[in-house]
Design a protein around this ligand. Structure first.
Ligand SMILES: Nc1nc2c(ncn2[C@@H]2O[C@H](COP(=O)(O)OP(=O)(O)O)[C@@H](O)[C@H]2O)c(=O)[nH]1
Ligand SMILES: Nc1ncnc2c1ncn2[C@@H]1O[C@H](COP(=O)(O)OP(=O)(O)O)[C@@H](O)[C@H]1O
Length: 206
Protein backbone atom coordinates (compact mmCIF):
# COMPACT_ATOMS: atom_id res chain seq x y z
CA UNK A 1 0.00 0.00 0.00
CA UNK A 2 1.27 3.50 -0.86
CA UNK A 3 2.19 5.52 2.24
CA UNK A 4 0.02 8.64 2.58
CA UNK A 5 1.83 11.95 2.61
CA UNK A 6 1.43 14.33 5.54
CA UNK A 7 -0.75 17.45 5.36
CA UNK A 8 0.79 20.91 5.08
CA UNK A 9 -0.91 23.42 7.41
CA UNK A 10 -0.14 27.12 6.94
CA UNK A 11 -0.99 29.61 9.69
CA UNK A 12 -0.75 33.19 8.46
CA UNK A 13 -2.05 36.66 9.19
CA UNK A 14 -0.80 40.14 10.03
CA UNK A 15 2.23 40.74 12.23
CA UNK A 16 1.22 41.15 15.87
CA UNK A 17 -2.03 39.19 15.53
CA UNK A 18 -0.60 36.41 17.71
CA UNK A 19 0.64 33.79 15.21
CA UNK A 20 3.75 33.01 17.26
CA UNK A 21 1.79 32.95 20.52
CA UNK A 22 -0.93 30.66 19.13
CA UNK A 23 1.63 28.38 17.45
CA UNK A 24 3.68 28.01 20.67
CA UNK A 25 0.53 27.26 22.72
CA UNK A 26 -0.57 24.72 20.08
CA UNK A 27 2.80 22.94 20.18
CA UNK A 28 2.71 22.78 23.99
CA UNK A 29 -0.35 20.56 23.67
CA UNK A 30 0.13 16.98 22.63
CA UNK A 31 0.43 17.34 18.89
CA UNK A 32 1.86 15.31 16.05
CA UNK A 33 2.48 18.42 13.95
CA UNK A 34 6.07 19.19 12.87
CA UNK A 35 7.04 22.87 12.98
CA UNK A 36 9.10 24.15 10.06
CA UNK A 37 11.71 26.59 11.40
CA UNK A 38 12.08 29.57 9.07
CA UNK A 39 15.20 31.35 7.89
CA UNK A 40 15.53 35.10 8.32
CA UNK A 41 17.98 37.97 7.85
CA UNK A 42 16.47 39.95 10.72
CA UNK A 43 18.62 40.36 13.84
CA UNK A 44 18.09 37.90 16.67
CA UNK A 45 15.94 39.33 19.52
CA UNK A 46 16.73 38.88 23.21
CA UNK A 47 15.38 35.50 24.36
CA UNK A 48 15.45 33.96 20.86
CA UNK A 49 17.70 31.05 19.88
CA UNK A 50 19.36 30.05 16.60
CA UNK A 51 17.72 26.92 15.20
CA UNK A 52 14.77 27.18 17.62
CA UNK A 53 13.01 30.43 16.69
CA UNK A 54 14.70 30.95 13.33
CA UNK A 55 17.84 30.14 11.40
CA UNK A 56 19.50 33.60 11.35
CA UNK A 57 21.50 34.13 8.15
CA UNK A 58 23.21 36.98 6.28
CA UNK A 59 21.56 38.60 3.28
CA UNK A 60 24.20 37.01 0.99
CA UNK A 61 23.55 33.50 2.31
CA UNK A 62 19.79 34.02 2.03
CA UNK A 63 20.06 35.26 -1.56
CA UNK A 64 22.27 32.28 -2.47
CA UNK A 65 19.58 29.95 -1.10
CA UNK A 66 16.92 31.70 -3.19
CA UNK A 67 19.19 31.27 -6.26
CA UNK A 68 19.60 27.53 -5.51
CA UNK A 69 15.81 27.09 -5.19
CA UNK A 70 16.30 25.90 -1.62
CA UNK A 71 13.35 27.88 -0.25
CA UNK A 72 9.74 26.78 -0.69
CA UNK A 73 8.71 30.43 -0.42
CA UNK A 74 10.29 33.65 0.71
CA UNK A 75 9.23 37.22 1.29
CA UNK A 76 10.75 40.54 2.15
CA UNK A 77 8.92 41.88 5.15
CA UNK A 78 9.58 45.31 6.71
CA UNK A 79 13.17 45.34 5.41
CA UNK A 80 14.20 41.72 6.09
CA UNK A 81 13.97 38.40 4.29
CA UNK A 82 12.01 35.46 5.68
CA UNK A 83 11.76 32.04 4.04
CA UNK A 84 10.84 28.38 4.45
CA UNK A 85 13.61 25.81 3.82
CA UNK A 86 12.21 23.46 1.17
CA UNK A 87 14.06 20.21 2.11
CA UNK A 88 12.63 19.89 5.60
CA UNK A 89 9.04 20.41 4.43
CA UNK A 90 9.24 17.94 1.52
CA UNK A 91 11.10 15.27 3.49
CA UNK A 92 8.71 15.47 6.46
CA UNK A 93 5.56 15.34 4.30
CA UNK A 94 7.02 12.34 2.42
CA UNK A 95 7.50 10.59 5.79
CA UNK A 96 3.73 10.92 6.27
CA UNK A 97 3.99 13.60 8.98
CA UNK A 98 2.05 16.87 9.01
CA UNK A 99 4.06 20.08 8.68
CA UNK A 100 3.03 23.39 10.21
CA UNK A 101 4.21 26.73 8.78
CA UNK A 102 3.74 30.06 10.55
CA UNK A 103 4.45 32.72 7.93
CA UNK A 104 3.33 36.13 6.71
CA UNK A 105 0.74 36.64 3.98
CA UNK A 106 2.90 37.09 0.82
CA UNK A 107 4.70 33.82 1.60
CA UNK A 108 1.44 31.98 2.34
CA UNK A 109 0.08 33.01 -1.05
CA UNK A 110 3.26 31.70 -2.76
CA UNK A 111 2.85 28.37 -0.96
CA UNK A 112 -0.80 28.25 -2.05
CA UNK A 113 0.21 28.80 -5.70
CA UNK A 114 2.77 25.95 -5.57
CA UNK A 115 1.05 23.70 -3.08
CA UNK A 116 -2.74 24.14 -3.43
CA UNK A 117 -3.45 20.93 -1.47
CA UNK A 118 -2.16 22.66 1.68
CA UNK A 119 -4.60 23.88 4.35
CA UNK A 120 -4.49 27.66 4.73
CA UNK A 121 -5.59 29.30 8.00
CA UNK A 122 -5.85 33.08 8.40
CA UNK A 123 -5.46 34.30 11.98
CA UNK A 124 -7.44 37.50 12.32
CA UNK A 125 -7.35 40.13 15.09
CA UNK A 126 -10.66 40.92 16.82
CA UNK A 127 -10.13 44.54 15.59
CA UNK A 128 -7.41 46.79 14.12
CA UNK A 129 -7.31 48.73 17.39
CA UNK A 130 -6.52 45.53 19.29
CA UNK A 131 -3.86 44.63 16.68
CA UNK A 132 -2.17 48.01 17.25
CA UNK A 133 -2.25 47.46 21.03
CA UNK A 134 -0.68 44.01 20.67
CA UNK A 135 2.19 45.30 18.50
CA UNK A 136 2.83 48.22 20.89
CA UNK A 137 2.58 46.06 24.04
CA UNK A 138 5.01 43.51 22.63
CA UNK A 139 7.57 46.33 22.69
CA UNK A 140 9.81 44.94 19.94
CA UNK A 141 9.21 47.72 17.40
CA UNK A 142 9.99 51.45 17.20
CA UNK A 143 7.00 53.75 16.57
CA UNK A 144 7.81 53.98 12.83
CA UNK A 145 7.93 50.18 12.53
CA UNK A 146 4.61 49.83 14.37
CA UNK A 147 3.02 52.09 11.76
CA UNK A 148 4.69 50.08 8.94
CA UNK A 149 3.34 46.83 10.34
CA UNK A 150 -0.17 48.27 10.75
CA UNK A 151 -0.16 49.55 7.18
CA UNK A 152 0.92 46.10 5.95
CA UNK A 153 -1.82 44.52 8.11
CA UNK A 154 -4.58 46.50 6.40
CA UNK A 155 -3.47 45.19 2.97
CA UNK A 156 -3.08 41.64 4.33
CA UNK A 157 -6.59 41.53 5.82
CA UNK A 158 -7.97 42.13 2.31
CA UNK A 159 -6.40 38.83 1.21
CA UNK A 160 -8.37 36.79 3.77
CA UNK A 161 -10.62 35.36 1.04
CA UNK A 162 -7.79 33.26 -0.37
CA UNK A 163 -7.71 31.12 2.80
CA UNK A 164 -9.58 27.91 3.65
CA UNK A 165 -10.30 28.99 7.23
CA UNK A 166 -10.40 32.21 9.28
CA UNK A 167 -9.72 31.96 13.02
CA UNK A 168 -10.23 35.07 15.17
CA UNK A 169 -7.55 35.32 17.86
CA UNK A 170 -9.72 36.75 20.62
CA UNK A 171 -8.37 34.48 23.37
CA UNK A 172 -5.26 32.36 22.77
CA UNK A 173 -6.91 29.18 24.14
CA UNK A 174 -9.95 29.62 21.89
CA UNK A 175 -7.77 30.17 18.83
CA UNK A 176 -5.67 27.06 19.66
CA UNK A 177 -8.85 24.97 20.05
CA UNK A 178 -10.11 26.19 16.68
CA UNK A 179 -6.81 25.34 14.96
CA UNK A 180 -6.85 21.88 16.58
CA UNK A 181 -10.41 21.36 15.35
CA UNK A 182 -9.31 22.27 11.81
CA UNK A 183 -6.40 19.77 11.98
CA UNK A 184 -8.76 17.05 13.20
CA UNK A 185 -11.38 17.79 10.60
CA UNK A 186 -8.83 17.75 7.75
CA UNK A 187 -7.67 14.31 8.93
CA UNK A 188 -11.25 13.00 9.03
CA UNK A 189 -11.83 14.40 5.55
CA UNK A 190 -8.74 12.63 4.23
CA UNK A 191 -9.68 9.34 5.88
CA UNK A 192 -13.18 9.53 4.33
CA UNK A 193 -11.70 10.13 0.88
CA UNK A 194 -9.13 7.30 1.31
CA UNK A 195 -11.82 4.86 2.46
CA UNK A 196 -14.21 5.79 -0.39
CA UNK A 197 -11.34 5.35 -2.84
CA UNK A 198 -10.46 1.95 -1.38
CA UNK A 199 -14.11 0.79 -1.68
CA UNK A 200 -14.28 1.94 -5.30
CA UNK A 201 -11.13 -0.04 -6.11
CA UNK A 202 -12.59 -3.15 -4.40
CA UNK A 203 -15.80 -2.85 -6.46
CA UNK A 204 -13.97 -2.36 -9.73
CA UNK A 205 -11.71 -5.38 -9.02
CA UNK A 206 -14.58 -7.75 -8.06
N1 LIG B 1 7.00 34.45 4.21
C1 LIG B 1 7.49 34.09 5.38
N2 LIG B 1 7.16 34.78 6.48
C2 LIG B 1 7.67 34.39 7.66
C3 LIG B 1 8.50 33.27 7.78
N3 LIG B 1 8.83 33.13 9.09
C4 LIG B 1 8.22 34.10 9.76
N4 LIG B 1 7.51 34.88 8.91
C5 LIG B 1 6.66 36.04 9.21
O1 LIG B 1 7.42 37.23 9.15
C6 LIG B 1 6.77 38.22 9.95
C7 LIG B 1 7.77 38.91 10.85
O2 LIG B 1 8.29 37.98 11.78
P1 LIG B 1 9.15 38.45 13.04
O3 LIG B 1 10.22 39.40 12.61
O4 LIG B 1 9.56 37.23 13.79
O5 LIG B 1 8.13 39.31 13.85
P2 LIG B 1 6.81 38.95 14.62
O6 LIG B 1 6.20 37.67 14.11
O7 LIG B 1 6.00 40.12 14.28
O8 LIG B 1 7.25 38.80 16.02
C8 LIG B 1 5.70 37.48 10.74
O9 LIG B 1 4.44 37.76 10.12
C9 LIG B 1 6.09 36.03 10.59
O10 LIG B 1 4.97 35.14 10.66
C10 LIG B 1 8.81 32.55 6.59
O11 LIG B 1 9.52 31.55 6.57
N5 LIG B 1 8.27 33.00 5.44
N1 LIG C 1 -5.35 36.40 22.11
C1 LIG C 1 -4.50 37.34 22.55
N2 LIG C 1 -4.94 38.26 23.43
C2 LIG C 1 -4.10 39.25 23.87
N3 LIG C 1 -2.80 39.38 23.49
C3 LIG C 1 -2.32 38.49 22.61
C4 LIG C 1 -3.13 37.41 22.09
N4 LIG C 1 -2.39 36.70 21.24
C5 LIG C 1 -1.16 37.26 21.23
N5 LIG C 1 -1.11 38.33 22.05
C6 LIG C 1 0.02 39.25 22.30
O1 LIG C 1 0.16 40.04 21.11
C7 LIG C 1 1.54 40.29 20.84
C8 LIG C 1 1.84 39.81 19.42
O2 LIG C 1 1.81 38.39 19.38
P1 LIG C 1 2.82 37.53 18.47
O3 LIG C 1 2.54 36.10 18.77
O4 LIG C 1 4.22 38.03 18.62
O5 LIG C 1 2.27 37.92 17.01
P2 LIG C 1 2.77 37.53 15.54
O6 LIG C 1 3.62 36.30 15.65
O7 LIG C 1 1.53 37.34 14.73
O8 LIG C 1 3.55 38.71 15.04
C9 LIG C 1 2.35 39.59 21.93
O9 LIG C 1 2.70 40.53 22.93
C10 LIG C 1 1.36 38.54 22.46
O10 LIG C 1 1.63 38.24 23.82
Amino acid sequence: MIKQKGILFVLSGPSGVGKGTVRKALFEKDTALQYSISMTTRPIRPGEQEGVDYFYRSKDTFEAMIGDNQLLEHAEYVGNYYGTPRDYVEKTLDEGKDVFLEIEVQGALQVKANFPEGVFIFLSPPSLEELKNRIINRGTETEALVMNRLKAAKDEIELMDAYDYVVVNDKVDHAVEKVQAIVKSEHCKRERVASAYKKLLEVSQS
